[in-house]
Design a protein around this ligand. Structure first.
Ligand SMILES: [Fe+2]
Length: 214
């Protein structure tokens, strides 16, 4: 695993100027290999099957065919690899109080001349990209001024505020990715599963103990 940390003093796109003006913003980037953990051949097949069913691309900053941004709500087939992604992210980033959960999730297939325009995911603390397939001529992922060379089985996790883009693809081979936004979830709230009846009983108990019931 390798880690890159950038400290930037600049206005970030999509964030109000008042928020970033003269503020130092930390941008973190991690690279993790999931070689031998995620079955890329199977994922390629699953993406291909999904694309056959939904050949029209979603529209976003990504100028290549890509799935809906809520792919995981449309099909369950990617759930095993989402579990791996969440486990790896939480090994890296979770703490006593918070864990990270995949929110938006999508697949993209970059063919010749595909690209992604510069953008960010500023409303999310972190985002990730997983490279299902790429070759030596595949376009890099550029995060701020850092060039990430795609490699199959590599997962890149980075700050949602970081501007990033993919230059126009020149390779004849497809550059295939899975990507998602990550939400912070309170471990405390996640563990509380309480019924309305239990809340009612607790409330009544409190009222009785504190002589608030007539
Ligand atoms: Fe993005």
């Amino acid at each position: 695993m390798s880690t890159i940390t950038l400290n930037l003093k600049k206005k970030l796109e999509l964030i109000p100027e008042s928020f970033t003006k003269d503020k130092q913003i930390s941008i973190n980037i991690w690279k993790i290999s999931l070689d031998g953990i995620v079955d890329n051949k199977l994922i390629k097949h699953q993406i291909s099957q999904y694309r056959n069913e939904f050949p029209a691309s979603a529209t976003s900053s990504v100028k290549s065919w890509h799935s809906s941004l809520i792919l995981h709500h449309i099909t369950d087939v990617f759930n095993p690899c989402i579990e791996v992604f969440e486990r790896k992210v939480n090994e890296l980033l979770s703490d006593k109080y918070y864990r990270y959960s995949v929110d938006n999730f999508w697949a993209a297939v970059y063919e010749k001349n595909s690209h992604t325009i510069r953008h960010n995911h500023a409303h999310f603390p972190y985002v990730f990209v997983y490279f299902v397939d790429a070759d030596d001529n595949s376009s890099p992922l550029i995060i701020e001024d850092i060039e990430i060379k795609p490699k199959p089985s590599m997962m890149v996790i980075f700050s949602g505020a970081a501007n990033h883009y993919v230059p126009k693809c020149d390779s004849d081979s497809s550059r295939i990715i899975l990507a998602g936004n990550l939400l912070m979830v309170s471990k405390g709230f996640a563990k509380v599963e309480i019924s309305k009846k239990e809340v009612y009983d607790l409330e009544k108990d409190y009222m009785l103990k504190n002589n608030k019931l007539s």
